[in-house]
Ligand binder design. Structure first.
Ligand SMILES: [Mg+2]
Length: 394
């Protein structure tokens, strides 16, 4: 596939050549001056037209690669430069998908916060569940001495049951406690957080709230995208509305769409495209792959991204740094501008001046041959600038 701007260059070349031939024959018929016709011939052959676009794309793709951004083709530079809607997946993309303890509520004064998390972490330490890992991580962060449990049992889809320092400790969801005969006699709320229920010796002792954390730089990346001309930012997630809103809070997101299945993500992209948006989508998971393929531009997170997402995407980030999306956008915009400069100034203006000078008889074929190198050099230098010029984030 070729970039639209490249197709433009090809189209221009296809109608330019017959026009040039008619023009040259006309000049010869009127003036009978062979030298003038040769001079004009030099200026009317648009050799740089073929260079103007590919050179920029090579330079831009190289610049991006050096920044940790893999762009799978020049076509995507132009689409990215013109994108005006950016759609983010939530978990693993805007968030790090590493849940952390956000709040601890202890119900019993005899069992304060630190003791609650210490016993819960002891029960959880052999579990591989992300919520259990968050609890253990919090105890470690607080430098608590977490003992080995005397016995440990993972209860499918419920949580864990363990004996710690002679106490029976349950850590999990309400069903785990209820099925063990523990009354859930305190109100549990958690807007956008996952409550982990803890019972000790048959009593509901407290709740440890766990929440996924926003990636550092998410807010700045979204603000920078808006500043670069993106009109609409959307967040998609399979999670419920409360969890989605908790993450979106404080971010300049125009639309939050929760409770989505993978096919709903594709539909959300298609809907934006129907509204006339050029859509860039950023995702990490297998469930994002169809939407990444559907979007005009798909970005896959590199570090935590799945193989499916990396394959479906047009641009892969080598790290999970959201600022690289802004950098890619800036490189693309700069490249698009450079192509236009090359076409209009390098090719258009220089040729127009050369043709004028030839018609006026100011220069002959020898001078023309030398001057004609000008636009080639201009296009080359202008394109190479992309490798070194200051581009925010790159
Ligand atoms: Mg995800």
């Amino acid at each position: 596939m070729r970039a639209p701007v490249q197709k433009l260059a090809d189209r221009v070349a296809s109608w330019l050549i017959p026009i040039v031939l008619v023009f040259l024959v006309g000049v010869f018929v009127v003036t009978g001056d062979v030298s003038k016709v040769v001079t004009l011939l030099i200026f009317t052959s648009p050799a740089e037209l073929g260079l103007a676009t590919p050179l920029v794309m090579i330079a831009a793709i190289a610049r991006a690669a050096r920044t940790g951004i893999l762009i799978k083709g020049g076509l995507y530079l132009e689409l990215l430069a013109r994108a005006d809607a950016v759609v983010f997946d939530k978990t693993g993309t805007l968030t790090a998908n590493k849940p952390e303890v956000s709040q601890i509520v202890a119900f019993d004064a005899a069992l304060p916060e630190a003791e609650l998390i210490r016993l819960a972490a002891a029960a959880d330490r052999r579990s591989a569940h992300p919520l259990a890992k968050a609890v253990v991580h919090e105890a470690t962060r607080r430098n608590l001495n977490v003992p080995e449990p005397q016995d440990f049992e993972q209860v499918q889809a419920r949580g864990v049951r363990a004996t710690v320092e002679g106490k029976v400790v349950l850590v999990g969801n309400p069903a785990l406690l209820r099925e063990a005969g523990v009354a859930i006699d305190k109100s549990v709320e958690g807007t956008g957080q996952t409550p982990v229920h803890v019972a000790i010796d048959g009593r509901f002792a407290g709740v440890i709230y766990v929440a996924d954390q926003l990636r550092p730089g998410a807010k700045q990346a979204i603000a920078a995208l808006k500043a670069s001309g993106v009109k609409h930012i959307v967040m998609l997630t399979g999670d419920n509305a409360a969890t989605a809103e908790a993450i979106a809070e404080g971010l300049d997101i125009d639309d939050v769409k929760p409770n989505l299945m993978p096919e709903d993500k594709v539909a959300a992209i298609a809907e934006l495209q129907q509204q006339g948006f050029k859509v860039a989508m950023v995702g990490d998971g297998v469930n994002d792959a169809p939407a990444l393929a559907r979007a005009d531009i798909g970005f896959a997170m590199g570090g935590g991204g799945t193989q499916a997402a990396l394959e479906a995407a047009n641009i892969a980030l080598m790290t999970d740094d959201l600022s690289k999306i802004v950098a890619a956008r800036n490189i693309a915009r700069r490249a698009y501008r450079t192509i236009q400069e090359n076409l209009w100034v390098g090719v258009g203006v220089v040729h127009a001046l050369g043709i004028t000078a030839a018609l006026m008889g100011w220069i002959g074929p020898i001078e023309a041959a030398f001057i004609h190198l000008g636009p080639d050099i201009l296009v080359f230098v202008n394109s190479s600038k992309l490798l070194s010029v200051k581009i925010p984030g790159a």
